[in-house]
Design a protein around this ligand. Structure first.
Ligand code: SF4
Ligand code: SF4
Length: 300
């Protein structure tokens, strides 16, 4: 990350902290729910299949910028499938940067060419070894790995949702992140048990075991973009939620933290590390602020 970007982000982060949670810093825009996969743990696959209009996406970007958001993620479905009014994902990323977002990132299933050097970070889902990834995401592992190897820029972070089927694979995915030249790091989440996917959720003991193993991997120098200081809160499930510094927009509608906030009881079993990390970060705990600065400077 460039020093100038880091300084500007620190200023925005400080304003968010001083606003006591009223000013969001991080946002996601859903471009479409259309997707070319049908993963076992998915809650949104092709709910409506619509590609949202460019003018609506543009208006959402302006709304977020006006609220103070400076870190933007484009999400799907599969965001690479989005196009409208002659614009593609690449145009949106460039436009977001020219509007004033400091970091512009994309979350993808990685099955389409990862040719997007203008993005700051591309989060690519790899849900374990070939066997477990394909069990969860359909037969897509080899395509994703080929795209990771052929990507034109080193702006990629692997993204793994840990569940009952793939919890043995933390070490394999961490090593993959370390060894692939275009990959900077890997970021983990626990599976969040959306209705119909509850059987994939980890028990408290399994979460503890995963956090212990992630700690060992971090000590071994693996590029893991998660905060070790937050692991005890994830295991005890006692972090403050929803995360008021995060916002999500879809075709003009907005939600605090995630659309999942509308699902009764889901927040109590949330597995999204980012929600715990950001909400604890902005509660001002010095150890977490230090861990955040160190991890993000080290890996991004
Ligand atoms: S790639 Fe993402 S949106 Fe598509 S089915 Fe899988 S989890 Fe759902
Ligand atoms: S805390 Fe609730 S709204 Fe936020 S990501 Fe978790 S489940 Fe979704």
């Amino acid at each position: 990350m460039k020093t100038r970007t880091l300084l500007r982000l620190s200023g925005s982060g400080l304003r968010t902290f001083l606003s006591r949670g009223k000013r969001p810093l991080v946002a996601s825009i859903i471009l479409t729910e259309r997707c070319n996969l049908a993963c076992r743990h998915c809650a949104v696959h092709d709910t409506n299949g619509v590609l949202y209009p460019y003018m609506s996406v543009r208006a959402d970007m302006q709304t977020l910028l006006d609220k103070g958001v400076r870190i933007l993620f484009f999400y799907g479905g599969e965001p690479w499938l989005w196009h409208d009014a002659g614009k593609t994902l690449s145009d949106l990323v460039r436009e977001a940067k020219s509007m004033g977002f400091l970091l512009v990132n994309v979350v993808t299933n990685g099955t389409i060419d990862l040719d997007l050097p203008e993005a700051d970070l591309i989060l690519v889902s790899v849900d374990g070894t070939r066997e477990h990834h394909n069990l969860i995401r359909g037969s897509s592992y080899d395509r994703v790995l080929a795209n990771l190897r052929n990507a034109p820029a080193r702006n990629i972070c692997l993204y793994m949702a840990i569940n009952k089927l793939n919890q043995v694979d933390l070490e394999a995915v961490s090593r993959l992140a370390r060894d692939l030249p275009k990959v900077k790091a890997v970021s983990f989440n626990f599976h969040t048990p959306y209705p119909g996917t509850e059987e994939l959720a980890l028990s408290a003991a399994e979460k503890r075991d995963c956090c212990d193993r992630l700690t060992l991997l971090l000590e071994d120098g693996c590029p893991i973009l998660n905060l070790r200081s937050v692991f005890p809160y994830l295991v005890a499930n006692n972090w403050p939620r929803p995360c008021r510094q995060c916002i999500i927009m879809e075709n003009g509608r907005s939600w605090t933290c995630g659309r999942c906030i509308d699902i009764p009881g889901l927040c109590e079993t949330c597995g999204f590390f980012f929600a715990a990390e950001y909400s604890l970060l902005f509660s001002g705990r010095p150890r977490i602020v230090w861990d955040f600065a160190r991890s993000y400077l080290r890996w991004l």
